[in-house]
Design a protein around this ligand. Structure first.
Ligand code: EPZ
Length: 430
């Protein structure tokens, strides 16, 4: 089982290139199978979730040419099945985007029902409500969601909760429905906009993505395109907090600063310096970081996917901070691990009360999920001594070359596969 071993204490310094956004790319891959033409996707992050989704579309007959690590050409002309197996959905929930994509193109789809996951129960009622509104019947049988329509017909849909997944899934199906669809109370995340942009470049007619009302005029068919995935806001934010927590100075390249505003403003509040350029952001930490309060919210609010990373930074900042998680009910599992590293954090319901400490001390900890895993790595980088992070398979789901990018910034971190390798690392770095 692979682990990260870290010797903390180095201030991160230098430049890091941010990869394409995993959560955008997942939906773009699903959108790519909605045409018989070839779709080229560039700036694709080479991470586990993406690679599993690619396998799942290959399994139903798509031909995928991996031109290089970050570019694929997807040819959906030979898709022969509309049934996506549990084997894929259990590894990656976002395979449920294939529901909207297949329903739009073939008027039917069968995808295994995702269960809860490491961060919450994650219902999909809003996806189903949207498909129903478009005229599709949806049944749950033998662990599968089966959906079918004689014809998809545009509709007016009000989302009861702001959901990235439901907004994207309904947008995918509605792109090829007959007539006009309006999605109200839509999610406004950058990746919702990215999916609309790619669909429009394939001939769809989608307006308003990025606002809370999306208007879709269904078209008969979609055609091929070449499209570059937007930069990953969450990967960027993770490096921003890594820079802050280690009191470093890091320039993040290939980012859209506007997408990072909620993160940048929290870093400013706690005393970091932020420099913004056209497509880069510099974060400069210092020894006098202070507390703040933060509540996770849908975009443009502070992202839930950045909650563990800010909590780690606040754990080593002066004063008492309050972090409130309002999106997922089970996203504080990492706190117990941080406490083992000397953090002073108490969780009450959906709130973490953090009393900053002077320093953390290295320990062996386990990544409970993707973002919390990345946050534990930040904790290890900021801590005194050695930290071993287990279960890094979670981190590999969403961060391309994480340890390599950190090493380039001067972090003392290695990916290891055995106790012997941990011992060797400790001997080497002293
Ligand atoms: C997306 O998940 C992201 N995943 C998550 O990133 C991210 O945490 C989340 O959005 C919130 O920003 C992908 O894009 C693949 P939601 P998603 O539907 O779409 C409730 C990561 O670490 N809800 O916006 O599943 C839901 O329970 C991952 O990269 C319903 O009640 O999230 C939650 O409380 C983890 N009914 C809220 O809405 C529904 O039908 C927002 O969830 C759907 C959602």
């Amino acid at each position: 089982m692979e682990q990260y071993v870290i010797k903390g204490g180095a201030k991160l310094q230098g430049e890091v290139d941010i990869s394409g956004a995993k959560n955008a790319a997942l939906a773009l891959i699903a959108a790519a199978i909605m045409t018989e033409d070839k779709v080229t996707i560039t700036n694709l992050p080479d991470v586990r979730d993406i690679n599993v989704l690619i396998e799942s579309i290959q399994d139903i007959g798509a031909i995928v040419d991996r031109v290089d690590r970050n570019q694929v050409v997807i040819d959906g002309s030979k898709i022969s099945s509309v049934t996506v197996d549990y084997e894929f959905i259990k590894k990656i929930r976002a395979s449920y985007y294939l529901l909207g994509a297949l329903l739009g193109r073939f008027n039917k789809a069968e995808v295994a029902l995702p269960g809860g996951c490491d961060i919450g129960t994650r219902p999909i009622d809003q996806h189903i409500k949207g498909f129903n509104a478009l005229g599709a019947r949806v049944m749950i049988e033998h662990g599968m969601i089966k959906t079918k329509a004689d014809e998809l017909i545009g509709s007016h849909i009000y989302m009861d909760v702001v959901s990235v997944g439901a907004t994207i899934n309904v947008m995918l199906a509605a792109a090829l429905a007959n007539g006009r669809t309006v999605i109200e109370n839509a999610a406004k995340e950058p990746h919702v906009v990215d999916v609309a942009n790619m669909l429009n470049s394939m001939g769809a007619n989608i307006k308003g993505a990025g606002t809370d009302v999306i208007r879709i005029k269904g078209v008969e068919s979609l055609h091929g395109t070449e499209y570059a995935v937007i930069p990953d806001q969450i990967e960027a934010g993770t490096f921003m907090f890594a820079a802050a927590a280690t009191r470093g100075n890091v320039l993040l390249k290939n980012v859209i600063p506007k997408h990072l505003e909620a993160i940048s403003s929290k870093l400013l509040e706690i005393g970091c310096t932020i420099e913004e350029y056209d497509d880069a952001v510099r974060v400069i930490g210092n020894d006098n970081l202070r507390s703040t309060h933060v509540k996770t919210l849908p975009y443009p609010g502070y992202p839930t996917d950045m909650q563990p990373q800010i909590a780690v930074t606040l754990a080593v900042s002066r004063g008492t901070s309050i972090v409130t998680e309002s999106i997922f009910e089970n996203r504080f599992k990492y706190v117990a691990e941080l406490v083992r590293m000397g953090a002073n954090i108490k969780v009450e319901g959906n709130t973490a009360i953090i009393n900053g400490v002077d320093e953390l001390t290295g320990a062996e900890v386990s990544a409970p999920d993707l973002r919390a895993g990345a946050a534990l790595v930040i904790a290890g980088l900021a801590a005194k001594g050695f930290t071993v992070v287990d279960d890094i398979i979670y981190i590999q789901r969403g961060y391309e070359n994480f340890e390599v990018k950190l090493q380039k910034l001067g972090a003392c971190i290695e990916k290891v596969n055995s106790e012997q390798e941990v011992a060797k690392f400790k001997l080497k770095v002293g």
